[in-house]
Each structure stands twice: as C-alpha cells, then as structure tokens.
Write a protein that binds this ligand. Structure first.
Ligand SMILES: [Zn+2]
Length: 293
C-alpha cells in the first residue's frame, strides 16, 4: 500500500463506518447513518458524499452474501435485494471498488493486524446477534464459489431440537446456541429470563451455576463446530470475535476446552484466541482487501 490511499467501508444496519488509509495507516475515520428506507437506495450516495478526497481503491463490507462477481444476493438489514453496490460506488466516485461480506472483511483484518496476526491460515468466528465467520488460508481470504465459505453458524448440531429454529429455515444450527441470541435462549431454557447475553456471561463468570451450565452448553457446541471446521480447513489459529467474545478469557477457555474434546489429534495445537480490532475489524479488513492484487 505504499503511497497509496484506500477507503475501507463497513456498512452496518444502523451505521456505516468509513476509514481512509494511506501507506497502510489509518489517516481518518468517520461514520454515516445507514438510511434503509426506500430499499436502501440512499446508502451508497450518502457514503460517496461523505468521502474526503480521491483514493486508489475502496472496498465495501456488507451484512449479506456476496457472490465472487460482486453481486449482492440480499442484505435484509439494509433493505437491499439483488444489486451491485460496488459498481454504483465507482460510478459515483470514480474510485475502483471491491465488495465482500462483513464477517469476511473482519476475518481478513484480524488475520493481518488483529488476533490472528502472524498466522497465515486463520478461521475467524464472529459471535453477535448471529454467528458469522471468515476463512483466510495461506494468507488469502477464501470466500468459495458462492461467497459463503466458512458459514459455520449454519452447521447442524441437533436436527431434532425443535426449540432451536434458525433464521435460515433449518433446525438446530450452531447459531441458535452460540450467538448472543442463542445464549439468551439457553439461559431462558434454564429458567432465567430477561437478561442480555452480557448479563448471562457476567453472572456465569460470577458463579451462577444454572447460567454457567447454559454458557457451557453454548461453548461445547462452538468447540465442536470449530473442531469440525478445523478438520476441513487446517488453520493455524482460530480467532473469536463479536459481542459474545467480549466475555474474554472466561469464554475463550471454555471454547478451547470443548475444542480439545472434539478435535482430531493433528489439530490439537491450533491456537484459539480473541479478536483484537473490535468493531473496526470490518473497516480495517475491507481497506486491506481493497489494496490486495
Ligand atoms: Zn441456520
């Protein structure tokens, strides 16, 4: 990225985070409200109007599936159907633009500069309202034929658990247990309602045995999912991000223990760590992706 400028743009359901990078360093960052009314058609023009000068490239990180040719196939949170936002961005700004899924952008940012720094092959798992993931193998972000590589949140843990209905239409997906929503659901199953995921985690860490059992179940399933994914991907490191992972070492250690229980013997030395870039990961990762050949 020598003497070159890139925009990293992370488009969330309420806010767009924009960062301007030069020589790989963050020069400036700001945010723009996400206007989702009218099919989200104001989102790209609003971003374009906020830019601070030209650049050699940009990348958009979006909360939905992105096909390798840059076509977005629905972003429910933005109001978008099938569209090509990077083309629209370039038409408005004259800046070449790429587009990628937001969890993939965060994965790339964490692999290069965050919790996965120093490792060439990293599985990133983002545990928020849902469970997203991204795969960097041999230093390259890998998105697969349809842009959905690494969708570990929709691996099926228990197809008979009808209480675990997933937004994708299936039953028993990992996301229905291990997301913030899933952990709150498991706490409710244990008889504790009205708590946020953070409150459940804090109470479990403070020794509430019912809630710790709920957290243990989520961590057990996540450890299983990571061990299963590791058999396919063979990462050097796994990075846990998103709001759930803010529980820190308490959470990480439980996931690591579950992983050890399920991992294939050659995978036992995989490092399981925590994300380091916080909510800037998608913005940073998209700028790095914009600068890739
Ligand atoms: Zn699912």
């Amino acid at each position: 990225m020598e003497n070159k400028r890139y925009y990293g743009i992370d488009i969330g359901g309420t806010t767009v985070k924009v960062g301007l990078f030069e020589d790989g360093k963050l020069l400036d960052k700001w945010s723009v409200p996400t206007v989702t009314a009218d099919g989200g058609r104001q989102i790209i023009p609003d971003i374009a109007a906020s830019l601070r000068g030209s650049a050699d490239g940009a990348a958009l990180a979006v909360p939905g599936a992105v096909q390798p040719d840059g076509t977005v196939n629905r972003c429910v949170n933005l109001g978008w159907g099938v569209c090509r936002p990077a083309d629209e961005f370039t038409a408005l700004t004259g800046i070449p633009c790429k587009i990628l899924n937001d969890a993939n952008a965060a994965a790339f940012g964490e692999q290069r500069l965050g919790g996965g720094r120093g490792y060439e092959s990293v599985l990133f798992v983002a545990l928020g309202t849902g469970v997203g993931a991204g795969v960097v193998l041999d230093g390259k972000l890998r998105v697969g034929a349809r842009g959905t590589a690494g969708e570990l949140g929709h691996m099926c843990w228990d197809p008979t658990d009808t209480a675990a209905r997933c937004g994708c239409g299936h039953i028993g997906c990992v996301e229905t247990y291990c997301s913030a929503t899933g952990i709150v659901r498991l706490a409710a199953q244990a008889g504790v309602t009205g708590m946020s995921c953070k409150q459940v985690m804090d109470a479990a860490a403070a020794g509430d045995s019912r809630l710790e059992a709920a957290v243990d179940k989520a961590c057990d399933i996540l450890g299983w999912a990571i061990a299963s994914a590791s058999n396919l991907l063979d990462p050097e490191a796994v990075v846990l991000g998103g709001g759930v992972a803010q529980a820190g070492e308490f959470f990480r250690r439980k996931v690591q223990n579950a992983f050890m229980k399920y991992a294939f013997h050659t995978c036992l030395d995989i490092k399981i760590g925590l994300a380091a870039l916080g909510s800037d990961a998608g913005m940073i990762g998209s700028a790095l992706f914009a600068a890739e050949d």
